[in-house]
Design a protein around this ligand. Structure first.
Ligand code: ADP
Ligand code: MG
Length: 714
């Protein structure tokens, strides 16, 4: 049985937050309300925009006016361009929706305000793309993601670019990658589905997070400053019993979920799943998949919502990849597929040989893309938080490979060895020998939880992205890499046709060649095993656990060629991303080191000195009372405590030296390497001493809540 605390906060009834069907998307300016608030000519303009016509200022004026009226009717007082700078968070600068004219408020929003804003945004990371003396940056409306009301603010999803037109955000390259992918895919699809005019990636994002008591959270400076615990001895009970996963949801958390889901519902975020995850205090929710741009906007919004709703329930949400050492970290599975404008999922294997051939072609293209750009895709999830999670025995390793499952792997082997296309078996019924239970069907792929990139029946699941991450960096690379492979496939087929091959031959042989070329990336075994690391190295796959090392892939010749050829990033934009990623790594580690220094000085050492004194005095008194030398147990405890104090003292001195060394290092990549090589191991050594002391000192001596309290007090 689980400890009873999970119901400690229940008032005896299960709260139910009521939700009406009609409330879905009520805070979103899309669908039915457009007809209500926009004129026929504006609707017609929007229709033409969908077909590729630009939005004129006159049309923007009409839309802005309708949008403003709609927002005003729903109590909005402000509006903002809502954008995605390279902080990984969203940004907003609120403007009142009204002006006061002759002492009277007049609500207005015009087309140019909708189209473009110029926030004085010199303080966002730009990787050297902008210096403060030429700091102009523009936000511009992204009409492909609908505006919504958050609190009392009308939020207009926007892109963010510099004075010279360079992307300063995640949305610009994402939108470019979506465009590039569609164009490339059409070159191949015309052989299979000539009626298709557009291909869009779909994305379903599973979000993991921890919820802990808010009062405990605010007593842990490491949590609120860095997102993770920098010290903390393991709780005697962690996740060993495997009883939290899918367990009954604690009352306070259930109330949180109901509120979260209602707010998400109103914002048009289609949350579908909720459950307890493996670690105590760990949870997950996932929406139904959507077009990738909207799915990513929704995930950014959801992360914000999770934090706000948690606060309302006396909880703090931890979105960090590894808030607690020794128990599972949190990821964000990116379920990705490709959908045509005619509604076909290109990763659905299909039933007929013809459909399965198309599916296999697309599969060969994706495998080839991942194989060619494995290091780059790996770089997208190389973040300070994920450095602690990847390879942590519950998360995929830092090596990229693709899991296909037995059925598909066998099919590809057959294609490679016999040059014929085998049928892909459909789901099969399984005999259960219980007549009263209806037939259960077995999927044609099993799951491989250890794989960073797994085929799961009709989509790929990229599991390596960290829980707090913005999904765009990984999705931009995936889209671009697959776009490039579509182009290469089309080029090869066109060349073969020119050389006199039949269409069938050209397609089949190209597919086969792609499968053969990308063989090294396919791995159905256990990704957590040590043998895999050696095997991956033998296969020539990129293997590194160092973030600065992994990030180099951003500026490798193959990455530069990929991005510039497809116009997803210019050379300067790409270099800027690389710089920003390194800078943020260095900053994150330095903040952690400083937070650890304060914890040691202000919490751990004072508690250790205090306890030492108590024991020393007691030992003297005992020896006086009993006669003879101070007793051995006390002496040995004093010595042990002193050893840890010595370690911490040396650690603090070394920290100062390392800090100086980083300050004196001018090049950011060298700084990042210093962080990886010096700061991380130093922090680990100091942590070990702190955790050992925690286990020697009286409970609560340092004033910091323990792992046991944080993980179980719900
Ligand atoms: P699991 O944890 O078993 O992988 P979940 O139900 O938690 O499954 O999440 C699966 C996610 O995959 C959901 O967000 C779902 O909408 C998404 N998904 C399903 N089909 C597709 C698809 N064609 N394209 C993108 N995402 C998809
Ligand atoms: Mg899941």
């Amino acid at each position: 049985m689980r400890p009873g605390e999970k119901f400690a906060h229940s008032n005896g009834t299960l709260t139910a937050v009521r939700r009406e069907k009609s409330e879905f998307g009520e805070l979103v300016f899309a669908g039915e309300v457009l007809r209500q608030y926009l004129s026929d000519s504006a609707l017609e303009g929007l229709r033409r925009w969908e077909e590729g016509e630009p939005i004129s200022l006159a049309l923007a004026d009409e839309i802005a006016n309708g949008m403003r009226q709609w927002a005003e009717d729903r109590g909005a007082t402000h509006y903002t361009h809502w954008f995605h700078p390279l902080t990984g968070l969203t940004a907003e600068k609120h403007e009142a929706l009204y002006e006061v004219i002759d002492g009277k408020p007049l609500y207005a929003l015009n087309g140019s305000e909708l189209l473009q804003q110029e926030p004085d945004a010199s303080s966002f990371p730009s990787g050297g793309l902008r210096s403060t003396f030429e700091a102009r940056g523009y936000t511009a409306w992204d009409p492909t993601s609908p505006p919504f009301i958050y609190g009392h603010t009308l939020c207009i999803p926007s892109v963010y670019i510099s004075f010279t037109g360079e992307a300063l955000d995640y949305k610009v390259p994402l939108l470019r990658s979506i465009e590039a992918l569609s164009q490339a895919a059409l070159r191949v699809l015309r052989y299979f589905l000539p009626g298709v005019r557009r291909v869009t990636p779909t994305l379903g994002i599973e979000q993991e997070f921890f919820l802990i008591d808010r009062a405990l959270y605010w007593r842990r400076p490491d949590l609120y400053l860095t997102g993770r615990t920098l010290i903390g001895a393991p709780s005697p009970r962690g996740q060993q019993m495997e009883d939290h996963y899918f367990g009954s949801i604690p009352s306070r958390v259930l109330a949180f979920f109901e509120k979260l889901e209602r707010e998400a519902w109103r914002l048009g975020i289609p949350l579908k799943t909720r459950h307890n995850e493996v670690a105590p205090a760990q949870y997950e929710c996932a929406p139904t998949f959507e077009d990738i741009n909207i799915a990513i906007d929704h995930n950014q919004l959801l992360m914000d919502l999770i934090q706000r709703v948690a606060a309302e329930h006396g909880l703090a949400s931890l979105l960090h990849e590894k808030p607690f050492a020794g128990i599972n970290g949190s990821g964000k599975h990116n379920n990705w597929s490709l959908r045509t404008d005619t509604g076909i999922n290109l990763l659905s294997p299909g039933k007929t040989a013809k459909d399965q051939f198309r599916f296999l072609v697309v599969l060969s293209i994706i495998l080839r893309a991942i194989h060619r750009h494995a290091a780059l895709l790996r770089a997208t999830f190389a973040t300070p938080g994920n450095e602690h999670r990847l390879g942590g025995n519950e998360a995929p390793p830092a090596i990229l490979s693709v899991f296909l499952g037995e059925t598909l792997s066998k099919a590809i082997d057959t294609i490679e060895s016999t040059a014929t296309q085998p049928p892909i078996a459909e789901k099969q019924p399984m005999p259960l020998a219980i007549p009263k239970i209806p037939a259960v069907f077995r999927d044609n792929t099993d799951r491989n939880r250890t794989s960073p990139f797994a085929f799961t029946g009709n989509k790929f699941e990229l599991r390596a992205v960290g829980a707090s991450a913005h999904c765009a960096p990984a999705m931009i690379v995936l889209n671009a890499a697959v776009a490039e492979a579509f182009h290469d496939f089309a080029d090869a087929v066109e060349a073969a046709l020119k050389a006199g091959k039949s269409r069938q031959q050209a397609l089949f042989e190209t597919m086969r060649a792609f499968f053969v070329e990308s063989r090294a990336i396919r791995f159905d075994g256990n990704n957590y095993s040590a043998e895999w690391v050696a095997e991956a190295q033998r296969r020539g796959l990129p293997v590194t656990s160092s973030t600065p090392e992994a990030l180099k892939a951003y500026i490798s010749p193959s990455s530069r060629q990929l991005f510039t050829r497809l116009h997803v990033f210019s050379e300067t934009e790409l270099h800027a991303r690389y710089e920003v990623r390194l800078e943020r790594y260095v900053k994150a580690l330095r903040i952690e080191l400083n937070a650890l220094r304060s914890l040691v000085r202000q919490h751990v050492l004072p508690a250790a000195f205090q306890y030492q004194m108590t024991i020393a005095q007691a030992a003297l008194q005992v020896s006086q009372a009993l006669g003879g030398n101070p007793p051995e147990p006390q002496k040995s405890l004093l010595k042990t405590i002193q050893t840890h104090i010595d370690t911490l003292h040396a650690g603090l001195e070394e920290a100062e030296q390392v800090e100086r060394l980083i300050d004196e290092t001018s090049e950011v990549h060298a700084q990042a390497e210093l962080c990886y090589e010096r700061v991380r191991p130093l922090m680990e050594r100091m942590r070990q001493a702190c955790d050992a002391l925690e286990q020697l000192l009286p409970a609560g001596a340092s004033g910091l809540p323990s792992y046991a309290e944080m993980l179980f007090y719900l």
